[in-house]
Design a protein around this ligand. Structure first.
Ligand SMILES: [Zn+2]
Length: 301
């Protein structure tokens, strides 16, 4: 029986692990080490920015009896010519002892849909573990404190700098993956007030793409299919397909450029991420517009 897509070995391991993590059985009493959350890094709540409501992706709900998450694989070599030709030193991620950050008691606690909560919880932990492989130091991670399941109505889902993710009832798990990566980008070397900050949403979508590929079973979501399709198209072709929108300009098209250069895998994206940080440190300038040959609209937070 073919259940999983033909994806990487990491995909199978991560998916299996996501479905049977220690603590997946919901426990309302959090471990003492994570109950209070890491101290000292909370910032003010930033301005809200609506996230796109993306296509529904399947969420696995059946345990598989698989072992706990395996360690993330070592980054693969990045082979894109412009960076590979440069003598940049790799920048290593620093393991963050604060993972996992959100206790189950603060994860979608008000939801009426416990099956959805549990499925999202497993995938949240798996995706957050991947995301923790990106910051170059623990200080570059905004501690996640709560994931809120908003009631139906006019509220808008968002990520805030205080470490809260708000999900609307129609948000799928792909949106959650995107929001998780805001905790990485926000304090990263790419978010220091310059042009690279315009790539924030695209970087979050590139992480979403890799996470959907590697953590979700079944066929690709329509969102993933669209990003994949854009990797074969020019900017003019993408903007000329249907309505040209700020979502395409800020999220989808630049995300497709990152996917194209990284291969779309988590390991490839992580390798590209560290190569670009090294390139930025070497040059002392903003690098993403030049590297990808595109200028997303300026970011607002
Ligand atoms: Zn976002």
């Amino acid at each position: 029986m073919t259940f999983l897509r033909s994806r990487s070995g990491l995909a199978a391991a991560a998916l299996a692990a996501a479905l049977n993590l220690p603590g997946c059985a919901p426990a309302e009493t959090p471990p003492a080490a994570t109950a209070a959350g890491p101290a000292g890094l909370a910032g003010p709540t930033g301005p809200a920015e609506p996230e796109e409501v993306a296509d529904t992706a399947p969420v696995p709900t059946q345990p598989t009896g698989a072992p706990a998450l395996a360690p993330a694989p070592a980054p693969v070599a990045y082979v894109a010519a412009p960076v590979a030709a440069m003598p940049v030193a790799p920048v290593a991620a620093t393991p963050d002892p604060t993972w996992p950050s959100v206790p189950y008691s603060d994860f979608m606690a008000a939801t009426q849909d416990q099956a959805r909560r549990q499925a999202f919880w497993s995938l949240f932990r798996a995706a957050e573990r991947e995301a923790h492989q990106f910051p170059t130091s623990p200080a570059r991670w905004v501690p996640l404190r709560r994931v809120i399941d908003l009631p139906p109505g006019g509220a808008t889902g968002e990520w805030t700098t205080s470490g809260t993710i708000e999900l609307k009832p129609d948000h799928n798990v792909g949106t959650m993956f995107h929001e998780i990566f805001h905790t990485v980008v926000h304090l990263s070397e790419f978010h220091t007030g310059g042009r690279d900050g315009a790539w924030t949403e695209a970087l979050c979508d590139a992480f979403r793409y890799a996470a959907e590929q590697e953590l979700l079973p079944g066929p690709p979501s329509k969102w993933e299919e669209r990003i994949t399709r854009y990797t074969t198209m020019t900017e003019q072709e993408v903007m000329g397909t249907g309505k040209s929108s700020s979502v395409k300009q800020k999220y989808h098209y630049p995300a497709s450029l990152i996917v194209k250069r990284s291969g779309g895998t988590m390991a490839g994206f992580r390798s590209l991420w560290f190569q670009l940080i090294a390139l930025k440190q070497q040059r002392g300038t903003e690098v993403l517009d030049d590297f990808f040959g595109y200028r997303p609209p300026q970011h607002t937070r």
